[in-house]
Design a protein around this ligand. Structure first.
Ligand code: UTP
Length: 292
């Protein structure tokens, strides 16, 4: 209660196999929606929610992410010599202050839970946020801010949740719901990727978490779960009953940008939200849908 969250963890060690061949030499998190890489949207959401330290759990082939959050002197020189001041300012604004960002490497992609565990020494003994950059959320108030506001009231663990069609429960961590006021749902149980017939509800966890540091104790057991991976869901489930645990039905639309269809939908939604693209894009969309 009254807790403050300062640190954000970005697990970016996944292989992105659903997006091959694009992700062979390019990290999935560097895929752009309109003109900004997914990881920058996630970083901006975390910064907007008051995060002060940004911890990236990377892997082999992910150096483009580190370069993205650093200066590029040639590029900055070029922009300034051409008087492109807006572009230059935007580029510089995206770079965290010195010492605000840390990178550690998940040497093997053993699962999301293992990726989060790799950040344990950088996080230490305090509550922290986890953001999966491939889940992109379009909302008025940044999703993590909504969660931090709710967690300031409830204390404990908080996950962002949304209802999904029952046939999709096998893609998500699913809540067993206790008390539910339609906004905050008490988490009574959690199960990773259940078959639709076994799923305790259709309320699904998406890639935003506020977690208590005790989760590292459970992750440290390195127990394998669904798909043979070390699952974050399984470690979270062990904290139920020990601390408050809630699912927040956030305001906004979530796009699964690690999936091709979700990525295309996000491109269109974010394109239509841009003043410089809205007219051209909506004209094009109505032309092709009329022709279809
Ligand atoms: P995904 O399930 O999307 O896996 O991971 P993936 O490897 O990134 O992509 P596909 O399914 O092969 O196409 C969910 C999140 O967990 C991270 C990913 O980077 C992504 O943000 N992750 C997953 C890790 O950091 N390490 C892992 O070992 C696994």
């Amino acid at each position: 209660i009254g807790m403050r969250i300062r640190k954000a963890v970005f697990p970016v060690g996944g292989m992105g196999t659903r997006f091959l061949p694009a992700t062979k030499a390019l990290p999935k998190e560097m895929l752009p929606i309109v003109d900004k890489p997914l990881i920058q949207y996630a970083g901006e959401e975390a910064a907007a929610a008051g995060m002060e330290e940004f911890i990236f759990v990377t892997g082999r082939g992910k150096t483009a992410i580190e370069d993205h959050f650093d200066h590029s002197y040639e590029l900055e020189d070029l922009l300034s010599s051409r008087d492109k001041t807006d572009e230059l300012a935007a580029l510089r604004a995206a770079i965290p202050d010195a010492g605000q960002v840390a990178y550690t490497r998940q040497q093997e992609p053993l699962g999301l839970g293992h990726a989060v565990w790799c950040a344990r020494n950088l996080v230490g003994n305090e509550p922290f946020a986890v953001l999966l950059a491939d889940d992109l959320i379009q909302s008025k108030t940044p999703c993590l801010q909504q969660m931090a506001d709710a967690a300031a009231e409830t204390g404990g663990n908080m996950v962002a949740v949304m209802d999904v069609p029952r046939e999709h429960t096998g893609r998500y961590g699913i809540l067993d719901v206790g008390q539910d006021d339609g906004h905050l749902a008490e988490v009574r149980g959690l199960v990773e990727k259940p078959d639709p017939a076994q799923a305790p509800s259709t309320l699904s966890v998406i890639g935003r978490y506020i977690l208590m540091p005790e989760v590292f104790d459970y992750l440290g057991r390195k127990e394998k779960g669904a798909g043979g991976e070390i699952q974050l869901t399984d470690a979270m489930a062990k904290m139920i009953g020990e601390q408050p645990f809630h699912g927040l039905r956030f305001e906004g639309t979530r796009f699964d940008c690690g999936d091709k269809l979700g990525f295309l939908q996000a491109t269109i939604a974010f394109g239509l939200d841009r003043d410089d693209l809205r007219d051209g894009l909506s004209t094009y969309l109505s032309e092709i849908t009329a022709a279809g």
